[in-house]
Design a protein around this ligand. Structure first.
Ligand code: UDP
Length: 329
């Protein structure tokens, strides 16, 4: 099938492009390179530098490339920024996405795979999280993702769109061969920052919060390998054959890992100390977030390959050690 990957030059999108090709499909990429890296996508993959909300341009690509399924990864994803500049998030993550969906419906392309997030749950009352738990985002980022989830339900009903929305936990790691990986600017994620602290590329890590009600006092998260995430997006294709259906899946390994455990894993994998200072809690961080991914594991032909934090960090280290300046070098 011909798969349009919107945001295919970004972190998760670029890994998905590879997995789509490995599964025997034909990836086509749209990315405006606001955050993505051209070098993250192989030169032989059709690449369009357009905005996802440009309905005329997107519509033409859908027709010219005979697109069967659209995957959408292009979103702003800095929680703090979303609090300070909500309009940026509503326009890009909601309004532009609605433009993409309108272009699809106008051209009769009715299969959609959407990157959602565990941030749609807000501060959950119980762990692990199952898909049926209440969604009450605590920041505009999570809210914009939930808004799109809700729009998708309406479009399924009204227009026969079939869709899957994946609620990601903490995407981490890099391609097995170390040729593509995480390169955000600014970087805010724990694993790349810990690796860069270990190598001395960045200052010591700040460990945000040591007084959480967790076994070692630091936050628990569910780190899931970016290639495992990507493979779920492809495993869902058969489900989208039925018009008007919609699916929501949590994607995580189900294993809670603390910040201190991540630091230990980085030290073990790199053979270097991670210098860090203990800092106050970061605003908006829930103490624990981890998934019950039974629905994806049983409902899709999908298995987690990277089950432990060390194997995930090992792939990240392969990428970062070979590319200390990311795609800049
Ligand atoms: N974290 C930290 N120092 C950092 C970045 C992150 O202690 O410099 C912690 C953060 O408080 C959270 C966990 O690491 O508990 C994962 O944060 P990240 O930003 O990677 O992902 P998030 O869970 O916010 O999506």
């Amino acid at each position: 099938m011909n798969i349009l990957i919107v945001g295919g030059a970004g972190y998760i999108g670029s890994h998905c492009v590879r997995q789509v090709a490995a599964a025997g499909h034909r990836p086509v990429v749209i990315d405006n390179l606001a955050f993505g890296h051209r070098a993250a996508v192989a030169p032989d993959v059709p690449f369009y530098d357009v905005n996802l909300g440009d309905e005329a341009a997107v519509g033409k690509i859908l027709v010219d490339e005979k697109i069967d399924i659209v995957m959408h990864f292009a979103a702003f994803a800095y929680v703090g920024e979303s609090v300070h500049d909500p309009l940026k998030y509503y326009f890009n993550n909601v309004v532009a996405t609605l433009g993409l969906l309108r272009a699809m419906l106008a051209k009769g392309v009715k299969k959609f795979v959407f990157s959602s997030t565990c941030a749609t749950y807000g501060i959950p009352e119980k762990m692990p999280l199952v898909e049926t738990m209440p969604q009450a985002p605590i920041n505009p980022y999570g809210q914009t993702k939930l808004d799109v989830e809700n729009a998708l339900k309406s479009l399924a009903l009204a227009h026969g769109l079939s869709f899957a929305a994946f609620r990601y936990f903490n995407a981490a790691g890099a391609a097995e061969d170390g040729t593509i990986g995480e390169d955000h600017n600014p970087e805010t994620h724990l694993i790349p920052l810990a690796i860069d602290a270990a190598t001395g590329k960045r200052p010591p890590l700040q460990l945000f919060g040591t007084d959480y009600p967790t076994p070692d006092g630091t936050c628990l998260r569910d780190y899931v390998h970016v290639d495992d995430l990507s493979r779920a997006h492809i495993a869902v294709f058969p489900k989208l054959e039925t018009p008007g259906v919609g699916f929501f899946y949590n994607l995580g390994t189900g294993t809670p890992t603390s910040v201190r455990e991540v630091i230990k894993a980085v030290e073990k994998v790199t053979g270097k100390k991670v210098p860090y200072t203990e800092a106050p809690r970061r605003a908006g961080d829930p103490p624990a977030l981890y998934a019950d991914s039974t629905k994806a594991k049983t409902g899709l032909d999908w298995k987690v390959k990277y089950n432990d934090i060390e194997s995930i960090v090992a792939t990240a280290w392969k990428w970062h050690s070979a590319h200390p300046n990311g795609f800049g070098k």
